[in-house]
Design a protein. Structure first.
Ligand code: COA
Length: 134
């Protein structure tokens, strides 16, 4: 059990439902057959969202659209959500995951979780591409 900004409880993960909307996404994922959109829920409140696409590159899960509600950042929910997206990638046969990042703080989080820089991409601004094996 943990206490987070007035929200108590252990995190649960489930697929996004239409009644979760509207959510403040900075980078809204496009739902599709090969894309799983996952929310982290604590005591009935949706605190974060992220997606994994299994089809862009076979064997590599693309993580994207990761956002935690501004009132609940820095308390481990982003880390938990990344763990769940990695678990789902592994369950679909991916052996690696990767993502694009622009924000240096977010990059530090990914590096702490074992991601390493594997390239850069202009999409549309210059972003680092980070990846890790599962
Ligand atoms: C990045 C993000 C999803 C992490 O979720 P979180 O629940 O805050 O993450 P955790 O609590 O597990 O980890 C904390 C780490 O996240 C990063 N972080 C914290 N607040 C952040 C913010 N406002 N923006 C970006 N990264 C942040 C930092 O590395 C932080 O570690 P630090 O406190 O030692 O600096 C969340 O901060 C967020 O939604 N940021 C804005 C959107 C964004 O940048 N998404 C990533 C796109 S690649």
């Amino acid at each position: 059990m943990s206490t987070v900004g007035g929200v108590d409880g252990a995190p649960e993960f489930r697929d996004l439902r239409t009644d979760d909307l509207p959510l403040a996404w900075t980078d809204a994922p496009e739902p599709g057959e090969d894309t799983e959109i996952v929310v982290v829920v604590v005591s009935g409140s949706v605190l974060g969202i992220g997606a994994v696409d299994h089809a862009i590159t076979p064997g590599r899960g693309a993580l994207y659209g990761l956002v935690v509600h501004p009132d609940h950042r820095g308390r481990g929910w982003g880390t938990a959500l990344i763990g769940e997206l990695e678990r789902r990638a592994g369950a679909r046969g991916d052996t690696e995951v990767y993502l694009e990042v622009e924000d240096p703080r977010a990059e530090r989080l990914y590096e702490r979780l074992g991601f390493r820089r594997i390239g850069t991409v202009r999409n549309p601004t210059l972003r680092r591409v980070l990846g890790r094996g599962l």
